[in-house]
Design a binder for this molecule. Structure first.
Ligand code: MRU
Length: 367
């Protein structure tokens, strides 16, 4: 997507040997800066600190982290070390394990001398595929928005949570891909953007929508139920970090509350995901999906600009305040109207999602 006049991906590589460039998302929406990553350690740091974030992008970044590691040392031990270290960065997005498993499958059978070019080619393929999958999600999802517009004869009001736009992927985004396409096709759409405390990824969403000229309104996380009660939300579209084969959706903390409010108000609730986000192995979503617990300081401290427009951090709670900071929650399939994928819209049920299941070899995600 474009930043000003220039097309950007959220991550790009200079080719074999690196470095890999990212948009450093910790500065946005106030400071647009890119950063060069030249080692697997730098990639791991970028994932942990959320310079890169969003399930698909985490997977792609990790794949390039393996390529950087293999360029340095191509032994079995080095491959194993890199995969393990990168897998430990963030636990919830299954795309991370999926991308690392794919890199290992591609590289392990090769001799060390063959590995580096193969690693860069595979990481680039994962990145290019991600952009294509998301564009396809957009093409399917725009039909939903076109139907809503035709039925209502006025702009379609979408509510989204967190950031599942192009910054969270290589390009296009998942939940926002249909919105960008609708806007491009002249279908009037307005987005209610949940702020998404504590990391405020909604500010990234608002920045993306502003950049694309899409009308939007930033709202506090608690506003969604009220807006739905008053008929001001036509549909909810979110992304996901992991979808089970039964259609349960793990996504940014607060998603579950939006799904409950949506059901209570008969508002359709969709999760938009590329198929690598589906975890075919996990059985019980509540017991089986690891929910990342992040630092309490993310809740105690708020970052922004000071009165002089300089980046600043202020404390909204004293340092000793006990804090819990679960980063994700699980929305049960029963609350999900559909799973929007690159192959179309599927019911959030095992019998329906089964059609998306890849052949057994590709389904294994343990890195
Ligand atoms: O903690 P984050 O910002 O990485 O969480 C991101 C989300 O929850 C997104 O909704 C999800 O990863 C899908 S991104 C296309």
């Amino acid at each position: 997507m474009k930043v000003g006049d220039r097309h950007y991906r959220s991550l790009w590589s200079e080719g074999p040997g690196g470095p890999v460039h990212i948009i450093d998302q910790t500065g946005l929406p106030h400071v647009f800066a890119t950063r060069a990553l030249d080692s697997p350690e730098a990639v791991a740091e970028a994932i942990v600190t959320m310079r890169v974030r969003g399930a698909p992008l985490i997977g792609v970044a990790a794949a390039f982290g393996v390529a950087l590691a293999i360029s340095r040392e191509a032994s079995d031990a080095a491959l194993d070390r890199a995969v393990r270290a990168l897998a430990a960065t963030r636990p919830t997005a299954v795309n991370l394990a999926w991308a690392l498993a794919r890199m290992r499958r591609r590289l392990a059978p090769l001799s060390p001398g063959e590995r580096a070019p193969a690693a860069w080619a595979e990481a680039q393929a994962i990145a290019d595929e991600d952009a294509a999958l998301n564009e396809a999600i957009g093409r399917h999802g725009v039909e939903l928005l076109a139907r809503e517009h035709a039925a209502r004869g006025r702009p379609v009001n979408v509510l989204t949570h967190c950031n599942a736009g192009w910054l969270a992927t290589v390009d296009w985004g998942t939940a926002l891909a249909p919105v960008f396409l609708a806007h491009d096709r002249g279908i009037p759409v307005h987005v209610w953007v949940d702020e998404t405390r504590p990391r405020s990824q909604g500010l990234l969403t608002a920045w993306e929508l502003a950049g694309h000229g899409v009308p939007h309104t930033l709202v506090a996380d608690n506003a969604g139920g009220h807006l739905m009660q008053h008929g001001r939300v036509d549909l909810v579209i979110v992304g996901a970090d992991r979808v089970t084969r039964r259609g349960d959706v793990a996504n940014k903390i607060g998603t579950y509350l939006k799904a409950l409010a949506a059901q209570a108000n008969a508002v359709p609730f969709y999760a938009a995901v590329p198929t690598p986000t589906i975890d075919w192995a996990v059985d019980d979503a509540l017991a089986g999906i690891p929910i990342e617990e992040r630092s309490g300081d993310e809740v105690r401290l708020v970052r922004g600009l000071d009165g002089d427009g300089r980046p600043a951090t202020v404390a909204v709670a004293p340092p000793a305040t006990p804090v819990a900071n679960p980063a994700f929650d699980v929305t049960p399939a029963a609350l999900v109207s559909g799973i929007l994928t690159e192959r179309g819209l599927f019911a959030a049920r095992e019998e329906s999602l089964r059609a998306l299941r890849p052949v057994a070899r590709d389904a294994a995600v343990a890195p």
